[in-house]
Design a protein around this ligand. Structure first.
Ligand code: HEM
Length: 526
């Protein structure tokens, strides 16, 4: 007879329980992965989560390497979430364009993200349905129709003039200018004025920007997004998010209320109240984005949108439109600083169109005729797309793609940067060559909306394509034309040329923010 002592017995029972638990989770996991695209084998319960975290590098690099092994469509099991990652031009076109409505949804969000999107009440986060349609239609009508874009022309003029004053002051003080921070501030000021119809002081825009950055940071996917069972352990983090939300409201509610008071007063400044108004209202009634939101009828929100939602919808415009355009500009200017011949060619094109007189405005119509400048921007968006993925998508119902099962609750991630790195689509894809986009070049007829096929998609494609792509491009073109006419941009004397190494910071930016020296373009000496 075999004798087992008490300790052995406990060990045996524990081992058996663990084995049963492991076996059950293994079976469950295998069932859940049936028919899904292939992917790296994962661990019980956590799937590939630990493997990804242990790599300690941005997700885009993990994906770039995995696609070499698993191909254009593969699965990552990230705890309780299934992620399907798609990277080939054909499959992206199939999913987002040919079967656009099926893949136009957004996946479920964590409590933190829901806090900042007011329960998915923004264009970018809303489920593909009536709320999204109403918000997006309004967004387009109020922000990006040709009439609106024209109407905002003085706002751009005002903010860009401030931009130059700031650059000159910074250069006098430090001998160089930091590029990204200045462009962010200028673009954010433009968008803030478009949203609230007010000239918002720079110090306040800086505050909005700071909050925006923190919101982006706190909203990135974290452990509880993948393992919701762990949420109770992250209560402290959620409280930090709630405090940040309060700061966001404190920062933006005064603007919402000032605009409401202005409209109530028939579009006149109320001089009877004591003291100067905090914000100078400069757009007439109905001209600011928020005017359209005050009385908006939304089926899901009986009684209209509340102040929380108004703050959220205006924040969306600023956060979606600032980083993306400023990042694109930083990469453009990096190349112009590194390549004086290209910079000179852009300058010559600009002055040929609008002359050297700096007091002559540069208009939307002017930049439309600057084909070389546009080629430089397109090549920069191809070679350095501000984001390497579009926002997370989801299927509206369980479906199939490339013969694989795509469950409705999976995150469908499109790794779009690969399309412009693919040597079967672009010759020498790593080389930055604006000539590709001139007549006769391989990119000349590339359709950026992806309707006829996907060769580059900095704005996404299909139903969820960026609704403000033309506005974003306009900001980049105008600021670039103005900056090149105003100054010659050179390497800071005594320093090495700027380092083109990239870094992930929501958008993909330069690791070392671009600094350059500026030389006034002098009418008499050019
Ligand atoms: C160079 C500038 C810009 C770039 C590169 C860019 C890029 C993108 C991308 C990649 C998406 C995701 C598409 C998808 O999920 O499939 C997007 C969506 C969006 N963008 Fe932009 N964008 C730019 C400028 C702007 C501006 C200026 C605004 C606002 C004024 C804006 C507002 C939005 C909104 C609201 C969405 C969500 C659309 C939806 O879900 O229906 N973007 N953008």
């Amino acid at each position: 007879m075999m004798l087992i002592d008490f300790t052995d017995l406990i060990l045996l029972v524990t081992t058996t329980i663990l084995a049963v638990l492991w076996w059950r989770s293994f079976q469950k996991a295998s069932k859940a992965t049936d028919g899904l695209p292939p992917g790296p084998p994962g661990w019980p319960l956590v799937g590939n989560l630990v493997q990804v975290i242990l790599q300690r590098r941005p997700f885009m690099y993990v994906v770039r390497d995995l696609r070499l092994k698993y191909g254009p469509i593969f699965t990552l099991k990230m705890g309780a979430r299934t992620m399907v990652i798609i990277s080939s031009s054909d499959l992206i076109h199939e999913a987002l364009v040919k079967r656009g409505p099926v893949f136009a949804n957004r996946p479920p969000d964590s409590p933190t993200r829901l806090l900042f999107s007011c329960g998915k009440c923004t264009v970018n986060s809303a489920h593909y349905g009536p709320l999204w349609r109403t918000l997006r239609r309004n967004f387009v009508a109020e922000l990006v129709t040709p009439t609106r874009v024209k109407q905002f022309s003085w706002i751009r003029e005002w903010a860009i003039s401030n931009h130059f004053e700031r650059l000159r002051a910074e250069f006098r003080k430090t001998g160089s200018v930091e590029f990204l921070a200045n462009c962010r501030l200028t673009i954010c000021s433009i968008l803030c004025c478009i949203c609230f119809g007010a000239k918002v002081p720079e110090s306040h825009v800086r505050e909005i920007e700071q909050v925006m950055k923190e919101v982006m940071l706190i909203s990135t996917l974290k452990l509880p997004d993948f393992l919701p069972a762990l949420s109770p352990l992250f209560r402290k983090e959620f409280n930090v998010a709630k405090k940040l939300r309060k700061r966001q409201l404190d920062c933006m509610l005064p603007l919402v209320r000032a605009r409401r008071a202005f409209l109530k007063n028939g579009g006149k400044i109320d001089h009877t109240s004591e003291g100067a108004p905090e914000f100078e209202m400069v757009s007439g009634v109905g001209e600011a984005y928020i005017d359209s939101l005050f009385d908006m009828e939304v089926e899901e929100k009986k009684g209209g949108l509340g102040e929380d939602e108004l703050v959220t919808l205006c924040s969306e415009v600023m956060s979606a439109g600032t980083d993306t355009s400023a990042t694109a500009l930083e990469w453009v200017m990096l190349h112009l600083v590194l390549d004086p011949v290209v910079q000179d060619r852009v300058y010559k094109e600009v002055v040929a169109k609008v002359g050297m007189d700096k007091s002559r405005k540069i208009t939307e119509t002017d930049v439309e005729g600057m084909t070389y400048l546009q080629a430089v921007v397109k090549e920069t968006l191809r070679r350095h797309p501000p984001s390497h993925f579009v926002l997370s998508h989801a299927a509206t119902h369980d479906t199939e793609l490339a013969g694989y099962r795509i469950p409705a609750n999976a995150n469908v991630e499109f790794y779009t940067a690969w399309v412009t790195q693919d040597p079967s689509i672009w010759t020498d894809p790593d080389k930055w060559q604006p000539e590709r986009f001139l007549e006769g070049g391989e990119g000349y007829d590339a359709d950026i909306t992806g309707t006829r096929g996907v060769r580059m998609m900095p704005f996404g494609v299909g139903r969820r394509i960026c609704p403000a792509a033309t506005l974003g491009m306009l900001h980049v073109h105008l600021m670039m034309a103005r900056m090149v006419r105003e100054f010659k941009w050179i390497v800071v004397p005594g320093e090495q040329p700027p380092d083109p190494t990239e870094m992930f910071a929501f958008t993909v930016v330069l690791k070392e923010p671009l600094r350059a020296a500026i030389v006034e373009r002098d009418d008499n000496h050019e």
